[in-house]
Structures are given as C-alpha cells and as structure tokens.
Design a protein around this ligand. Sequence first.
Ligand code: URA
Ligand code: CA
Length: 433
Amino acid sequence: MRMVDVISKKRDGKELTTEEINFFIEGYTKGIIPDYQASALAMAIFFQDMNNRERADLTMAMVNSGETIDLSAIHGIKVDKHSTGGVGDTTTLVLAPLVAALDIPVAKMSGRGLGHTGGTIDKLESVPGFHVEITKSEFIDLVNRDKVAVIGQTGNLTPADKKLYALRDVTGTVESIPLIASSIMSKKIAAGANAIVLDVKTGVGAFMKTDKDAEKLAHAMVKIGNDVGRNTMAIISDMSQPLGFAIGNALEVKEAIDTLKGEGPEDLTELVLTLGSQMVVLAKKAKTLEEARKMLVQVIKNGKALDKFKVFLKNQGGDSSIVDNPEKLPQAKYKIDVPALKGGFVSNIVADEIGIAAMILGAGRATKDDKIDLAVGLMLRKKVGYKVEKGDTLVTIYSNREDVNEVIAKIYENITISDHAQKPVLIHEIITS
Ligand code: URA
Ligand code: CA
C-alpha cells in the first residue's frame, strides 16, 4: 500500500477501507509516514468528509495506536463523561460523587487545565492533602469499594491522536467533524469507558461557536460510540456565559459542595442533573431519564451525595472537613467588589474573556509549566437576565495581588448591561441515540 494512493483516493471523494485507515494511523504513529503526507490526508478529509464506517475505523485505529486502560477489574458499567470544555465548568466535581452515591462506578482519569481555567485535578488539589498520585491497583480498589476515584493521566494513550492533533493545529485542519469526533472519542475509549456521556458546549466560550456545528459534532460522536460498542448519549449546552457563579479552583470546590447540598446555582444544578440522568441510564440503574433524575435528586436531598464527596476526598488524602468548613480551603487575601456602573439587565457575559480575566489573577495556566494560585478567581454575582441597580456588585474578584485594574477593565469590557435581557436556554438538545 502507498500513502500517496490513500491521499488521492480521499481527495477524489472515495471511501477509505479499514486497511487503508489502519495503514495511515500505524505508519504515522511510527514515523514511517511523514507529516506532509498526513497533513495532505487531513486536508482531503476536511474537504471530502468521512462516512460513519470510516469515522468508527479511524477512532479505533487511534485507540489501538497506544496503550489502553483496562478497567475490567472494576465491577459494573463504567460510564465516563466528557465535556468539550467551558469556563467555570464545575460539573465533574459534582457529578462524580453524585453518581457514585447511586453505586455507579466512577473511575475518572483527569488532566490539569491549560488556558482559561484549571482542570478537574487542579480544582481537587485545592482541598488540602488531596492527591491523584495513586497506583493503578489502589485506583481500582477504591472504585470497587467506594465507587469513585480520580487518577492523573497515565500511560501512553492514543499517541496517534497526539501527533495528528498537533499537526492539524498548524495545517488548518482542526475544524473537521470526523477528525474532531474521532479524536475525542478515541481518548475516552482508550481510558476504558464502557459507556460515554458527552457535554458538547455551544457559544462564544466554547470550541463549537454555533448550535449547528455543536449539533453536528454531538451526533457524530454519539454515532461513533454506538457503532464501536460504547453506548453513548450527548447533550448540547450553553457556554455563552460561564457556568454557575464561581470561576477558579477553590471557589469551584465550594460551589460543588453547595450544589451537592442542593444549594448550588440553578444552571450548574440543571446541567448536573441532565448529564447525571444520562449516566444513570447508561449504567442501567434506571430505565428512563425521568426515573434517573428522581434518584439523583433523592441522594442530594438525603445527604448521600455529600457524604460520598467526603469519602472520596478522604480516600485520596484530602481533608474532608472542608465540606463542613469551606473556610479551610485556600483563601485569597483580597476580595474586591466590582459595581455596576448603571442599572438595567445583564445581557451578556463573554465566557472566554471572563475566563481569561480569572487566568490573569492566576487561576489558570498560560503555559504548561505555570503554577496555579488555587485561592483566586471570580464570583459572578449577576448572570445574564438578572436585574441590576447601579452600584450592585456584578463580580467579586478574589486576588492575592492588590492591583487588579487590568482584571476590572476586562470585566467591564465583557459584561454588558442593557434595558432588556432574557435568561439564556441552558440545554439546547438532548441526544439519546
Ligand atoms: N478536542 C480534541 O480532543 N480533539 C480535537 O480534534 C478537537 C478538540
Ligand atoms: Ca462554576
């Protein structure tokens, strides 16, 4: 087989065989196929697309390009959740203990954040003592015993995707549905998931900026998952403004605790219940999404979800007393209220720019080696659709630096107050098959 023939075939809009896709992924991973040929094929795929069979084959070829995590020693159906990424997305912190409280195994492999905000591990590390450096066997034992554990990224998973994604980044071929969908799904499958729930974000703060693109991606991923034997569901959710009120690591842990108590922000709570219901159904603990939601609401009400969070933190060295005493979380030295300059309704909070404002304070990393300040971040006091009077606090800045003029300027630039505004719709679509 010659790579040039594979490229020409796709360039002419023809369907690639399983063997041709495997030939490409294996050869590219090993360095036998050069970047220039891989980028030509990526561009051909960008223009000519791939059918469902090709997409499933590409996904599995990337899964098989490296190690895979074997979670078969964990009893039950392992459902993983993936979000395409947003600002102030505290969902995983809430979902993990919440779903585990229903005896569904949550074996989470997570990463650190880059850019706007921290990743799940960064957030959890704001709990004193908590760590994710546990062995594979400790991880499995914890999930079997208490149903939830988080481990840092281990192993050489999907090396083909790492290489191809980096290449796409510099060859104008990131924005291709088959390439994005196979990239995301291959990572979830390699990490051992039996079933997958996807939160595809839409809006200015999201990777997919329009509903139409988000819809295409969500449907593509659900199709791939189901075609390769991993039951998959998805939702499309709003990321035009940040999720919840808190943006920043310790602040989001506090927000997660509030949500597990049933006292969290309305949007975060709704998102968690929607995604959680899909996880419960995929784990086969409920037949319908409605039944699943009732079960989730119940473990919030009876305190089991919060108890599970304590056990989870303690199991991994964390001080679980922060749940009842959140003031033990890292605290910022300065709290600065940013007042509204006029009255009206909040009509826009630009999610990604507000995320960058939090990053400037030190809540996120600009480069991989930056150190994060766990205490700092932003608390939104008004969200889109809220009425404000002149002088009301729009945002509270939590900072360890006294000079926050740059951050204040960014907040004013990216929060709009108008005469009218409506609360945005949070869940745009629910995709179950
Ligand atoms: N995120 C991924 O993991 N892969 C893509 O191709 C795009 C976004
Ligand atoms: Ca939040």
